[in-house]
Each structure stands twice: as structure tokens, then as C-alpha cells.
Design a binder for this molecule. Structure first.
Ligand code: HH2
Length: 311
């Protein structure tokens, strides 16, 4: 039983490989209430941090009130944020997990307030819990940021897959309570790259399209200052090719150390410089507290990259 001549020719023809993702291609998606979003990955994508916690290491207690949070979101929008990332649990070194119901109690009113802002950029929720992610999605969140990269609960991939929303997968060694006790690596760059590649594959096996995955080396999560610097220095080697990329180093302790002990509130210039360096080395999303400062530094980096001062 041989296939006919035409069929045989078709079978013999080498199959085209699946198209590779251009990680700089635009990412566009629509959420169930009809809002559509586009992020241009050929340019810096700024994710503004909005922590609705009492105890985050740099902005804890400032934005817990929904009206204040909405006001800050509007301000970040005006300053050039393309995404607003809300977190309701601090993951600073040594921190204990926040109970799930408390996390949701903090998030819901802020999600509702942000949904009422006309033209609000996509809101990402910084959570590793499936139920929080699912409820946030129903309440208007358009993106997920999972610091455990699906290792706490793989069902989070289902939301990214069924809801077709982008998801950030971050590297962490250990867990926040103990991660800074004695972080150790053979080659931090190789280990982080391997981890990110493996987590991305797991997400894809669970239905998340590659173009929705954004990989983040997780600076400060089970890493010494030298590990962080090595990751920034060798950033092009850190990201597995063909994936969208992110760097989140805003106000982190290693910057304070470089500055001789500056507290978090005095690390914005260092954050902006390090974010611009990261962009030039291949990171596309940068997660920052001070959007305006980062925007200026990234505009310079982008102008240098393109060789022109025009946008
Ligand atoms: N860092 C923090 C929180 N979420 N998410 C990603 N993807 N990458 C990060 O490096 C990252 C993150 C910690 O910073 P912050 O939110 O400012 O502080 P806290 O955890 O104390 O709320």
C-alpha cells in the first residue's frame, strides 16, 4: 500500500521547522472583558512596581489604600510605564509567606480601582498561587508574574494558556525565608540559564505559547552581590535564545552595597543605570519602582543602540 505519487512527494518533502519566535516581535493579546494590549519588545518595556503590602523592602505600606494605589498607577502611566505589576506579598529575604486570603484581601480592591482607570496599561499580578492568579485574571489582571516559575503550582500555566496572557518565569534558588543564607553555584550563569530553559519548556508542555513567556534571572533571589553582578555582566549568555527577556533589579541590596550602604530609597539612580545596561545587554522588560528615572536612562540606552536621538 503505497501512497499515490503526489502524496509521496509531499511526504518526502522536508518538513518546515516550527517558526522560531523573534523575541523582539510585538506581543499582543486580549482579555475577556475586551481590552487589548500590545507590548513592543523591540524597545524597552517598563514594568512599574506597585506593592500593596505593609512590609515590602522599599515601598511597603505606601500604596495599600486602593485610591492611593490608583493614583500611583496613573502617575506611573504618565511617566511611561507599559505594565503595572502589583504584589501583595513581600518576598524580601527572610520573609514568611502571606496567607492566601490576606493576599487576595489586599489585591482585590486595588485591581478593581485600576480597572476603572481609562487606558490603564496591562496589570500584572506578582503571585505564585493558582487561586490568586485565577481570581486576579477574573478581576481584570492581564499578566502574571510568578517568582516560582510554576514550581509551587503548575496549574498557574493553565491560566496563562487558557487566558492567553503573558507570564513571567523567574529564577530563584531556595525560597525567600532562607534564600540569602548561603547561596552557592558552580557557574551561576549556566545554572540560571538551564533553569530558565527548563521552566520555559515546562510551561510550553503545559500549553503556554512561547511568545507569552518572559524569562527573568531573579536578581537577589538566592544570589550574592557577586552572583548578581556576574549575571548582569554576562546577561547575553543568561537568556536561552528565542525567548522574551526581563530584568528586575530595582533598589536591590547589591546596588546599595555598590553605593557603600545606600538605603533602598537612594538607589534609583543606580537602578536606572543598571536597567539601561541590562537593556543594552538584551533584557527587554525592566521592572522598576521609579519609572521616570528608568525611562530617562532607557531613552539614552535606546538612542545609543539605534544611533539616533529620535524615538
Ligand atoms: N523582585 C521582587 C518581587 N517580584 N518579580 C520578578 N519577576 N523578578 C524580581 O526580581 C522580583 C519580582 C522583589 O522586589 P519588590 O517587589 O520591590 O519587594 P518585596 O518583595 O519586598 O515586595
Amino acid at each position: 500500500m503505497f501512497p499515490d505519487r503526489h502524496k509521496r512527494r509531499r511526504l518526502l518533502k522536508p518538513r518546515k521547522p516550527a517558526p522560531e519566535l523573534d523575541p523582539q516581535s510585538p506581543l499582543s493579546w486580549t482579555v475577556p472583558d475586551g481590552r487589548s494590549f500590545v507590548l513592543d519588545f523591540s524597545r524597552p518595556v517598563i514594568m512599574g512596581v506597585l506593592n500593596v503590602t505593609p512590609d515590602s523592602f522599599s515601598d511597603g505600606g505606601r500604596w495599600s489604600d486602593p485610591e492611593k494605589a490608583a493614583e500611583r498607577a496613573r502617575e506611573m502611566m504618565a511617566e511611561g510605564a507599559h505594565v503595572i505589576d502589583i504584589g501583595a506579598e513581600t518576598t524580601r529575604p527572610g520573609s514568611e509567606p502571606t496567607p492566601e486570603d490576606e493576599e487576595w484581601r489586599r489585591l482585590l480592591p486595588v485591581l478593581e480601582a485600576l480597572r476603572r482607570i481609562p487606558g490603564c496599561p496591562p496589570v500584572s499580578v506578582d503571585t505564585y498561587r493558582f487561586s490568586t492568579a485565577a481570581r486576579s485574571f477574573m478581576a481584570g489582571a492581564a499578566m502574571l508574574n510568578d517568582i516560582y516559575a510554576g514550581r509551587k503550582d503548575r496549574r498557574i500555566f493553565r491560566i496563562a494558556s487558557d487566558g492567553a496572557v503573558p507570564i513571567v518565569l523567574m529564577h530563584m534558588q531556595g525560597e525567600p525565608r532562607t534564600m540569602q543564607a548561603e547561596p552557592r553555584y558552580g557557574d551561576v550563569v549556566a545554572e540560571v540559564r538551564e533553569f530558565l530553559w527548563e521552566r520555559a519548556k515546562d510551561a510550553e508542555r503545559n500549553g503556554v505559547p512561547r511568545d507569552r513567556i518572559i524569562l527573568d534571572p531573579g536578581l537577589g533571589f538566592g544570589k550574592t552581590a557577586d552572583h548578581n553582578l556576574e549575571l548582569v555582566r554576562r546577561l547575553p549568555e543568561v537568556f536561552p535564545p528565542g525567548y522574551r527577556t526581563m530584568m528586575a533589579l530595582s533598589r536591590k541590596a547589591f546596588l546599595g552595597r555598590i553605593l557603600g550602604g545606600a538605603p533602598p530609597a537612594e538607589r534609583d539612580l543606580a537602578t536606572s543605570v543598571a536597567s539601561a545596561i541590562s537593556f543594552l545587554k538584551g533584557a527587554r522588560v525592566v521592572r522598576v519602582h521609579n519609572v521616570k528615572a528608568a525611562r530617562e536612562a532607557l531613552s539614552v540606552a535606546e538612542a545609543v543602540m539605534r544611533g539616533t536621538a529620535g524615538a
